[in-house]
Ligand binder design. Structure first.
Ligand code: G6P
Length: 368
């Protein structure tokens, strides 16, 4: 496929900005907008009522999408989820129960470790479902069920639009599972689907934070280490934020569950360490903010990503607040991914790295 950068300086910038559109396309595939209900467009070859456990396996950014989905499947469908990086899973000889569900997430559909994990799960008699962007890929061909992300070709090595589209598919699947298992009332179901339908608009609004983020990137670019903190689904997003920054700017970054701060990473905090706090005003907001205050007390430079309610409540001594639109709590990670991607992108620009082709990295890792 021939793809160009349109008017963007890098594929990554183009792909970040395409998100309202490709998320909308992916949503339109899995959600019936007219009836406000999930419609996966295919009969699943298993019944969610018979699934005792879900195992999710992937690599890199796709793995963090899986980590976020763990919260959704557990909360919305009450199905316990085990999450593995594919390279560990393939040699772990994990005991698996025949008839359970194994989910694989891959942009390329060719990642060697993820493919090996899929083959192992099949050999153990599990139902296999993959979420892939490339429909002609090996993982798609070998999976019992395929749910495609309609992100379009992703050229930048650092995954952006594939990640948010993976989240959209996983969200729709978790709602379908919750519904099938009777864990969601009719009104919960409609509220969740409405929340999904709102996402393209919210992502567009989040993109408007770009000029502010461009300025904040100047501080990040001067740093040696950066910490990302979050709770709930903002925790895997913190991991993804740190990955994105190190991949393309080569600045060392770590993502942590905000509650783990005092168990180690707080030792790193001083005036020179920016701390990115991802905290939508959800039910763990207060807890995250108290962790943020521990950082502030040690002189850490804070960038708080929140909404208007959160910004008012946090009344910060923080360096900066990025304010995103107010939204329901369940799917915030899809929208909060945007400033996280933009921060990595603009920092990398200042560092003068090869944003679309960072050193030592490959778009698709087809060897072990
Ligand atoms: C490589 C890429 C990452 C990607 C990972 C998994 O490391 O650089 O951006 O997240 O592979 O790739 P996949 O195609 O399986 O999603």
């Amino acid at each position: 496929v021939l793809v160009d950068k349109a008017n963007y300086r890098h594929f990554m910038a183009k792909e970040i900005h395409e998100q309202p559109e490709v998320i909308g396309q992916t949503l339109a595939r899995y959600v019936d907008i007219a009836t406000e209900s999930v419609a996966l467009q295919q009969e699943l070859p298993f019944d969610f009522n018979e699934i005792g456990h879900i195992s999710i396996t992937a690599c890199g950014t796709a793995g963090y999408a899986g980590h976020i989905a763990k919260y959704w499947f557990e909360q919305l469908a009450r199905i316990p989820v085990e999450l593995d990086v594919a390279s560990e899973f393939r040699y772990r000889e994990a005991p698996m129960r025949k008839g359970d569900l194994a989910i694989f997430i891959s942009q390329s559909g060719e990642t060697a470790d993820t493919l090996a994990a899929l083959r192992y799960a099949k050999s153990q008699g599990l139902h296999t479902l993959s979420i892939v962007n490339v429909l002609s890929s090996t993982i798609a061909r070998e999976s019992g069920t395929v749910l495609q992300t309609l992100a379009g070709p992703e050229i930048g090595v650092a995954s952006t639009k594939a990640f948010t589209c993976q989240l959209v598919v996983l969200a729709a699947l978790a709602v379908a599972a919750g519904k099938a298992r009777g864990e969601l009332s009719e009104s919960d179901d409609i509220d969740l689907v409405r929340a999904l339908i709102e996402i393209p608009r919210l992502v567009t609004a989040a993109l408007a934070s770009e000029p502010q983020i461009e300025k904040l990137a100047r501080d990040i670019a001067k740093s040696r280490d950066v910490l990302y903190l979050g709770r709930g689904t903002s925790f895997p997003l913190a991991l993804e934020g740190a990955l994105k920054l190190k991949e393309i700017s080569y600045i060392h970054a770590e993502g942590y569950a905000a509650g783990e701060l005092k168990h180690g990473p707080i030792a790193l905090v001083d005036e020179s360490v920016p701390v990115i706090v991802i905290a939508p005003s959800d039910r763990v907001f207060e807890k995250t903010i108290s962790n943020m205050q521990e950082v502030a007390a040690r002189g850490g430079k804070i960038i708080l990503i929140t909404d208007a309610r959160g910004a008012a409540e946090a009344s910060t001594e923080s360096l900066a607040t990025i304010v995103l639109p107010q939204m329901g709590a369940t799917f915030t990670s899809i929208v909060y991914a945007i400033p996280v991607q933009l921060l990595a992108y603009h920092t990398a620009i200042l560092m003068g790295t090869d944003v679309d082709q960072p050193r030592n990295l490959a778009k698709s890792v087809t060897v072990e």
